[in-house]
Write a protein of this length. Structure first.
Lengths: 269, 260
């Protein structure tokens, strides 16, 4: 059974017919524990896809099913990380990472009693991404890459079964990005959540994912799918090997074709 | 002299110089004491009448503090209500602005009719003048939470109140504390105006009585005391602000400019 299922989903922003049609006829499915990357031209609806899957925006048409249940609102089994780390500046890094525990049941109820255990868990996560020693610093005392690492930890602290990443590394320089790929791979191998990663970076998609989905231009739907048959754990050098290069080349061609198709085509619903 | 010491000492130097200049001008032009008293006369008068001055200053301080306290409580609660609900915002904001543009001096006689002369109109005037800046700043702080910050919590399934409690309120604290500086000085003004217009106690009243008896040095002494108190209150508000919201200014010396 699929963990995430989208069936002919459409989403139009705004209340009337002139709103932007961001998604149309989007159908995709993701297995439990799978790492899927979604790539596509700019403005194709990748971020909208994220919002639909996590229940932040209801679809205008079609069904979204996560873990066997239709999505009607935000889900507590989801962890999200955005392009902007958005750490709360008045909390220390540790307090930021533990924020989901104050909201999501059942952790919310247990937090007071088992605080020490949860704190240890948060520290372990931070250590896994290389932030040990920075738990008591405030976000402005961390670099962009470090903040993004903390944001990843925050997305995972409540043991979500679904991890949604919306271009989380887009604002970082290449070396930091590659470091974070490795950190994310470590986190995923340790806990194996289902991951949907939206990204512009094809190398990133090829390095991290099991499967890469290509979206068309707006209104977005899935037009191609490629498996990534590389063994794990992967090292950065695989991205320069012929297999990966061919894969990236292929994806690039798909996206170029998608970009040149007429933009803003409206479909009658 | 070191730069830091220079910066500390300079304001005091300026004040002392101003007083010296003032004294010299009065003496040089032989200005009558009931027109513009010299600082020496003011200090002498202040010392002679120190007990009434202290007594009345305390009265003013109390009415300011009480009015300000209620303004903080009301400003916070109303600010949260208005900032977190578009419905409440649309409904109440125009009325509030209309209310705020009424000069409160005009309201004092009505307060006297309702509550009689004395402490109550002073407290109420202080309250009426100072709750609005607080309310506006809290409401703005809550209403302008960045969508990304809110999405982080919404994605976890947080309720509206949880978002306000964990993001909205902490985020509006810098604005709130900054507004306290404005609010407390305005409350102080409100108290004094009310006392001057309709009271039998307080530093405003003291200045009025002194003027009417042509004891102008005493009136000026009252003015000086007023200004010292005002500065003191502002400083307290600023220290509290710096302590509570150091994170907002990231450890620099910049202070947040309050709105309204």
């Amino acid at each position: 059974m699929n963990f995430v299922d989208l069936d002919r989903v459409a989403l139009r922003y705004g209340e009337d017919e002139d709103g932007t049609l961001a998604l149309h006829g989007t159908t995709l499915s993701v297995q439990a524990g799978e790492f899927v990357a979604v790539v596509g031209p700019s403005g194709c609806g990748k971020s909208t896809l994220m919002k639909v899957v996590t229940g932040l925006w209801p679809p205008t048409a079609g069904t979204v099913v996560v873990s066997g249940r239709e999505v009607s609102g935000p889900l507590s089994i989801v962890g999200m990380a955005f392009q902007n780390p958005t750490l709360l500046p008045w909390r220390t890094t540790l307090a930021n990472v533990m924020l989901p525990l104050e909201i999501v049941q059942p952790h919310c109820g247990r937090l007071r009693r088992e605080r020490a255990a949860y704190e240890a868990k948060a520290r372990d996560l931070l250590a896994l991404v290389g932030l040990q020693g920075f738990e008591d610093r405030f976000p402005w005392q961390l670099s962009g890459g470090m903040q993004q690492r903390a944001s990843l930890c925050r997305a995972l602290i409540h043991d979500p079964s679904l991890l949604m990443l919306d271009e989380p590394f887009a604002s970082l320089d290449m070396f930091t990005r590659e470091e974070l790929w490795l950190a994310l791979q470590d986190l995923w191998l340790a806990r194996h959540p289902t991951v949907i990663l939206v990204t512009h970076d094809l190398r990133e998609a090829a390095f991290l994912a099991d499967r890469v989905l290509v979206m068309s231009g707006r209104p977005g739907r899935i037009i191609a799918e490629r498996q990534v048959a590389l063994p794990r754990p992967r090292i950065l050098d695989v991205t320069y090997e012929p297999y990966s290069v061919a894969l990236v080349h292929d994806l690039r061609a798909q996206i170029s074709a998608a970009r040149t198709s007429t933009p803003g085509r409206e479909f009658a619903t | 002299m070191q730069r830091k010491t220079q910066r500390r000492v300079l304001p005091w130097l300026v004040i002392v110089l101003l007083f010296v200049l003032w004294e010299l001008v009065v003496r040089a032009f032989d200005i009558e004491p009931f027109v513009l008293p010299a600082p020496s006369a003011i200090f002498a008068s202040g010392w002679q009448w120190r007990w009434p001055i202290l007594d009345n200053s305390w009265q003013t301080f109390m009415t300011t503090a009480v009015g300000f306290f209620f303004a903080v409580v009301f400003g916070l609660i109303a600010g949260i209500a208005i900032g977190s609900s578009t419905l409440v915002y649309d409904g109440f904001y125009p009325a509030l602005i209309g209310f705020n543009t009424i000069p409160k001096v005009a309201v004092i006689p009505i307060l006297v009719i309702w509550f009689g002369i004395g402490t109550v109109p002073a407290i109420i005037t202080a309250f009426l003048l100072s709750f609005f800046p607080i309310l506006v700043n809290v409401a703005t702080g809550i209403a302008t939470v960045e969508p990304e910050l809110r999405d982080v919590l919404r994605a976890l399934g947080a309720s509206r109140w949880q978002v306000i409690q964990k993001v909205g309120l902490p985020r509006s604290m810098p604005y709130f504390f900054a507004s306290l500086k404005v609010a407390i000085t305005v409350a102080f003004v409100g108290s004094i105006v009310a006392e001057t217009v309709a009271s039998n106690k307080g530093i405003g009243n003291l200045m009025l009585v002194a003027s009417s008896r042509f004891e102008v040095p005493l009136a000026f002494a009252g003015l000086l005391v007023t200004s010292v108190m005002g500065i003191g209150m502002y400083l307290v508000a600023e220290i509290v602000e710096r302590r509570m919201t150091g994170w907002a200014t990231r450890g620099t010396d910049a202070a947040i400019a309050p709105q309204g």
